[in-house]
Write a protein that binds this ligand. Structure first.
Ligand code: TXA
Ligand code: MG
Length: 349
């Protein structure tokens, strides 16, 4: 199959292209599309055959449920059997935006889409192209991140093409995703809301709206054997091909340690990659240094994480050392992804 790539401009979204992508999905095909978080791989959420195609295209285990994307708030009531007061307040505060909520599902949503679960994950993205596309596609678009299972999520159309070209009908190109990390996921299907995946909508932001929340233990625990409530969180994720290690501590100590580790690895004939920031990049004496951006602009750091992880795969490095970002406000989301990519390998200095 030849994958059509269509460029779109946010200032004047070409509705003919949107209609074409919508038709692909309504007819049972797949189209990738931009969202404010990462690119999504979209299929008709109400068609079990489409969900099967999504799993096949990604090489994803089919017990890992898909998020259903909607364009209009009221549409949640067509697929959720129950919407709690707390859920309503979260929707009011953060939709459209990078927050996914989990509800008990109505029978209209096929088991194939929810990986056999009795709940359904729903997200209303703020991205204008995404919402226009969702409407054109019939209103309910199942979409995981548009990457091959296990690889970093995609933040540009070129990354989507790298992973999925030849496996899907179309890619809508909306340029670089502004957030670059996937949505926060909160389970509101039971009485106590639980954070299953941290995102740029932080726990503090949500607690300001609905009061105390819990975080699923599996989010922070390394290989604790705790079964995560979001099935996808159990899989190895975001992993670059080279072995990634995070070096944590005061900046001076971190750069010195990375320089030492790099020299040592190079002596053994290994090639080294370094994930740095604008503030530190020129302190590294050797290795292939890539900056995520300025530490003081944490949105910039988040936006570039997956892109930089991916770009190391095009190089010959054998191991990668990364700085740590524990202090940022969205640090929990960022560190959650970085720790997964590193398989929780951390050196403290
Ligand atoms: O920002 C995002 O959320 C992106 C864009 C495309 O919207 N999507 C995304 O989807 O990250 P995906 O499939 O890569 O991650 C969805 C996560 C998985 O870990 C999955 O297990 C979990 O959500 N999930 C989906 N439905 C669930 C449910 N009913 N109960 C618990 N976890 C669920
Ligand atoms: Mg994903």
């Amino acid at each position: 199959m030849e994958t059509q790539i269509r460029k779109l401009d946010y200032k004047a979204i070409d509705m003919d292209v949107i209609a074409e992508a919508g038709k692909v999905v309504r007819e049972g095909g797949l189209a990738a599309f931009p969202t404010e978080t990462v690119y999504g791989l979209g299929g008709d959420a109400l068609n079990p055959a489409s969900s099967e195609k999504i799993y096949a295209a990604k090489g994803r285990p089919s017990d890992n449920p898909l998020i259903v994307h909607i364009a209009d708030r009221e549409d949640v009531y067509r697929i959720a059997a129950q919407v709690s007061e707390q859920a309503k307040r979260l929707m009011e505060a953060f939709w459209p935006g990078p927050l996914t909520l989990i509800f008990p599902k109505k029978p209209l949503v096929p088991d194939k889409t929810t990986g056999g679960l009795s709940t359904v994950a729903v997200r209303m993205p703020s991205d204008e192209i995404a919402r226009a596309f969702i409407r054109a596609a019939g209103g309910f678009v199942a979409a995981p991140s548009a990457n091959v299972s296990g690889r970093p999520s995609t933040t540009t159309a070129a990354h989507v093409a790298e992973d999925l070209s030849g496996r899907i009908e179309m890619i809508l190109d909306g340029g670089q995703a502004v957030i670059g990390l996937e949505s926060a996921i909160v389970d509101v299907s039971e009485e106590k809301p639980v954070i299953l995946r941290p995102g740029v909508v932080t726990r503090a932001m949500m607690e300001a709206v609905i009061g105390p929340m819990e975080t699923d233990l599996a989010v922070t625990a390394p290989d604790s054997g705790i079964k995560p409530k979001a099935p996808g969180m159990k899989y190895r994720h975001y992993a670059p091909r080279a072995e990634l290690t995070i070096v944590e501590g005061e900046t001076e100590a971190v750069t010195a340690q990375v320089n030492r580790l790099t020299a040592e690895a190079e002596r053994k004939g290994k090639r080294v990659g370094i994930i740095a920031t604008d503030e530190t990049a020129d302190r590294y004496e050797r290795g292939l240094v890539k900056s995520l951006g300025a530490r003081q602009h944490e949105e910039e750091i988040s936006r570039h994480l997956f892109e930089v992880l991916r770009s190391f795969d095009e190089t010959e490095v054998d191991c990668i050392y990364s700085e740590s970002f524990e202090n940022a406000a969205i640090g929990q989301a960022l560190m959650n992804r970085l720790l997964k990519a590193a398989g929780h390998r951390v050196i403290r200095v």
